[in-house]
Design a protein around this ligand. Structure first.
Ligand code: ZN
Length: 138
C-alpha cells in the first residue's frame, strides 16, 4: 500500500470565503500515483471547513446567509468564547460545515457523485491556514 501526504495553503482576503479546491486535490492525486484507494481532505484549522457540494455561486450565497442566521458574526459580545478572540461564530460555522471529506479513488480519479466538488470553507480568514490531503491505496 502506498501513502501520500500534501498540505494546501490558504490566506483569503476576506473573513469568509468558499474556494473550490477540487483542482488542487486532483493534482495531489496525480502526484501520488495512486490509482485505487481513499483520499482524505481535512481542514487543519478549527475555524475552517472542507465539504463537498455543488459548484454553484447562488448556493454559496445561500450557505453564507444560512450560516449567518445560525451563528451571526456580530455582535462579537454575544459569545462566551470571544473574551480573547472574535471568532466564536467561525468555530460554530465550522462545526456545521464539517472538518473533512473522504473520496474514493478509482482508476486514478476522484470517484465523485453527480455534481460533487470539494470546497474549502473559510470562516475566520485573512491569515495563513492549511488543508491536509492524505491518500492511501495502490
Ligand atoms: Zn477561537
Amino acid at each position: 500500500m502506498k501513502s501520500f501526504r500534501k498540505e494546501l495553503h490558504f490566506h483569503t482576503k476576506t473573513r469568509r470565503a468558499y474556494v473550490n479546491i477540487t483542482p488542487q486535490v486532483e493534482a495531489a492525486l496525480t502526484e501520488s500515483g495512486i490509482r485505487d484507494g481513499l483520499c482524505l481532505v481535512n481542514a487543519m484549522n478549527i475555524t475552517a471547513s472542507v465539504f463537498i457540494n455543488d459548484n454553484e455561486s447562488g448556493l454559496h450565497h445561500d450557505f453564507e446567509r444560512w450560516l449567518e442566521k445560525l451563528a451571526p458574526e456580530k455582535p462579537h459580545s454575544q459569545y462566551d468564547h470571544n473574551g480573547y478572540e472574535d471568532n466564536a461564530d467561525a468555530h460554530l460555522k465550522r462545526s456545521v460545515m464539517g472538518r473533512e471529506v473522504v473520496v474514493a479513488v478509482t482508476g486514478g480519479k476522484l470517484d465523485f457523485g453527480t455534481w460533487e466538488q470539494i470546497f474549502y470553507g473559510e470562516f475566520d480568514g485573512k491569515r495563513d491556514k492549511r488543508v491536509l490531503v492524505k491518500i492511501i491505496g495502490e
